[in-house]
Design a protein around this ligand. Structure first.
Ligand code: SF4
Length: 462
């Protein structure tokens, strides 16, 4: 190996060595271990890649390095493109772990606020725009949803942005008329779904009969309509892994598949809202559940030839496999903003929920008075931006090979540890990422799992 390897971070994994470096290069060297790295004979393709990506100290191009740092983080930055809109804090379910702490008496977003919200969002120069409606239960303020969508379409005739809509809903108050509207505007519908009937109906308490039945019924209808043509996207679902679900990893996966959901999302219970009181559990139990659920996805993938995969594991697989990495590790503010029903602006939906629990630490302003450049100039916004540079600002991340893929989050640090920067050696979020990376990289060493992953990579989508 000529010219010496310059400062790589590495991890032995998957029958080889995973290398990353501070200028953004990442490479997987098959059949090489860290102990044999210095004297290793690399193939031509590996040599060229490592040379062109600043791994060799003798070939370091400082001008290119400077450009890469800029490009990697902010040179092409045009503002957030995902906008999470809370239409109401009301909800028609009474979930025992509700992180939004919704209740029947809270307020709806008014049309006046919706007007200012659209003004604020359309002033951001990004040419992509995703409006994601949440709550509470967003379908309970369907009039405002309709108003925002139709007005956004009108504004976009001049703005010419790539405009996309989605809604996260419990489907309790879905009806044919609402679904017609969503179909006309090509919505992505994401259902809240706890997968196992007895767990779902125990956690997602409904005054009007089983919510599980309604979710199944509407998922079927959305599938049927999306298969017919140009309108609705294939539905998605988010599953919150509560303590009651922990004994049922395989059943959870089977239920997703039975409902035509092959991309599975298994989120641990975060200590927000009612969940903080109603049953958090040791993280190791989530990891056990997750390993077993992933094993079931592997079995079903091989048996059916169809990719049955978990979104988080898939993202890690894809980005480490292709050395593709997100330029911005902290998504809060940089890629998305969240808006409360009264127009308050937050860097994420979790930050908004935190404010609803009584702590508005992350409030960035209100759409009635703020403009995007003002928000960006707030000291809090600048601190959020600097948190993207974990390899410089977090000693624990500085030598971690996962730091370019990891999703840092000051909001989570604050919620879990009461500190903007957190204490990563004892952070559950850091432990979560290390678990996920370790698991995927370990499975890549297994011949059977390599077949599974090949199907995921061929057929899976984000
Ligand atoms: S948070 Fe943890 S896993 Fe992520 S980059 Fe930092 S040390 Fe690595």
């Amino acid at each position: 190996m000529k010219n010496g390897l310059f400062n790589p971070y590495f991890e032995n994994s998957g029958g080889g060595l995973f290398l990353a470096n501070p200028s953004g290069g990442a490479f997987f060297l098959k059949g090489v271990s860290s102990r044999r790295l210095r004297g290793a004979r690399l193939g031509r393709a590996a040599e060229v890649f490592l040379r062109d990506n600043d791994f060799f100290s003798g070939r370091l191009d400082f001008r290119r390095l400077e450009e890469r740092f800029g490009e990697h983080y902010f040179a092409s930055y045009k503002g957030p493109h995902i906008h999470i809109v809370t239409l109401t804090n009301r909800c028609d379910l009474n979930c025992v772990y509700c992180s939004a702490s919704s209740n029947a008496s809270s307020a709806d977003m008014s049309r006046a606020t919706a007007d200012r919200l659209l003004e604020f969002i359309f002033a951001i120069k990004n040419d992509r725009l995703v409006l994601e409606f949440q709550g509470g239960e967003p379908l309970l303020n369907f009039g405002t949803l309709r108003y925002i969508v139709e007005k956004a379409r009108r504004l976009n005739r001049r703005a010419g942005k790539k405009l996309h809509f989605s809604v996260v809903t419990n489907l309790q108050s879905m009806d044919a008329g609402k679904l017609d509207f969503l179909e006309r505007h090509k919505f992505a519908v994401c259902a809240s779904f706890d997968a196992v009937r007895k767990v779902h109906d125990k956690n997602r308490v409904s005054a009007g009969g089983s919510n599980y039945d309604r979710v199944e019924r509407w998922l079927k209808e959305i599938h049927a309509r999306s298969a017919r043509g140009e309108g609705l996207e294939t539905p998605n679902a988010i599953c919150t892994v509560t303590r009651d679900l922990l004994p049922f990893p395989a059943e959870t996966v089977d239920s997703f598949v039975k409902n035509g959901l092959y991309r599975i999302q298994l989120g641990p219970l975060d200590p927000l809202g009612r969940a903080a009181k109603a049953g958090t559990y040791p993280q190791e139990r989530y990891f056990r559940f997750y390993r077993k659920a992933l094993e079931r996805m592997g079995e079903l993938t091989l048996r059916t030839g169809r990719a049955v995969y978990e979104k988080g594991a898939f993202n890690i697989l894809k980005s480490t496999e292709t050395a593709g990495r997100s330029p911005r590790r902290n998504l809060e503010l940089l890629m998305r903003l969240a808006y409360d029903h009264n127009g308050d602006i937050y860097p994420s939906d979790e930050a908004r929920m935190l404010a609803n629990s009584g702590d508005p630490f992350f409030r960035l302003g209100n759409v009635r008075s703020a403009r995007w450049p003002d928000v960006l100039n707030e000291p809090l916004a600048r601190a959020l931006i600097s948190s993207c540079f974990g390899e410089f600002s977090q000693p624990y991340c500085a030598r971690c090979p996962y730091s370019y893929y990891c999703r840092l989050s000051p909001v989570y640090n604050y919620i879990f540890q009461g500190s903007f920067w957190g204490n990563l050696p004892s952070s559950p979020r850091c432990a979560f990422f290390k678990f996920m990376f370790g698991l995927v990289l370990r499975l890549k060493r297994d011949r059977r799992w390599r077949r599974v992953f090949a199907i995921w990579l061929r057929e899976g989508g984000y």
